[in-house]
Design a binder for this molecule. Structure first.
Ligand code: URA
Length: 216
């Protein structure tokens, strides 16, 4: 895990397998099927890293030989919340790791002229005593990510119960995110160079939603 001195709450998951798979995803001629499969695999690997600090408790179990206090994940309930639509490509992998997690959805699209987020759907599980993993592959301007965290905070979810998981981020977006939510951890596989004039991440991987779903 790598950090950038400019961004104290940004964690770059630079595991070789994650980096290798991401490079393959970036290639322009990677098929929809392969792109989706790689995203699922990367999400499993990233999910493994971000759940590293989940608190454990113990439960008495009977093995064939004796009774032991076996470690199990403590009471905190988890929710996975993809930001529609590209976030769905990541939530599937997370749910494979934590099948009992609740699932929320936040629907935001980017106004093509202003690049500001426009919300069209919010459906969330009960927020009491729950840790939320928000996911969206691309943090470009940072506006959708900030908006999604705002949605959770307005419902009373504290900063330290929110984790944001993305694949690729632009420094411009991370700056915006950190300014709005300095205490929310942001995990990415790569911090790329910059945003272009159309608010696409460079070098990036193109439009993540289109590449996941095979749309244009
Ligand atoms: N959204 C994407 O899917 N790709 C970008 O590069 C920026 C925003």
């Amino acid at each position: 895990m790598k950090q950038d001195p400019r961004f104290p709450n940004l964690y770059i998951l630079n595991h070789p397998l994650i980096q290798h798979k991401l490079s393959h995803m970036r290639e322009h001629d990677t098929s929809t099927r392969t792109f989706r499969e790689l995203l699922r695999e990367i999400t499993l690997l990233m999910g493994y890293e971000i759940t590293r600090d989940l608190p454990l408790t113990t439960r008495k179990i009977q093995t064939p030989l004796e009774i032991i206090d076996a470690p199990v994940i403590a009471g905190k309930k988890l929710a996975v919340v993809p930001i529609l639509r590209a976030g769905v490509g990541m939530s599937d992998g997370l749910l494979e790791l934590v099948p009992s997690a609740r699932v929320g959805h936040i629907g935001v699209f980017r106004d093509p002229d202003t690049h500001e987020p426009v919300e069209y759907l919010v459906r969330l599980p009960d927020t009491t005593d729950r840790t939320f993993i928000l996911c969206d592959p691309m943090v470009a301007t940072g506006n959708s990510a900030v908006h999604a965290v705002d949605v959770l905070k307005k419902r009373g979810v504290p900063d330290d119960q929110i984790i944001f998981l993305a694949l690729v981020a632009a420094p411009e977006g991370v700056t915006v995110f950190q300014k709005a939510h300095p205490h929310v951890k942001l995990y990415v596989a790569s911090l790329d160079s910059h945003l272009n004039d159309h608010a696409y991440i460079v070098p990036g991987l193109g439009d993540a939603g289109d590449r996941i779903f095979g749309t244009k």
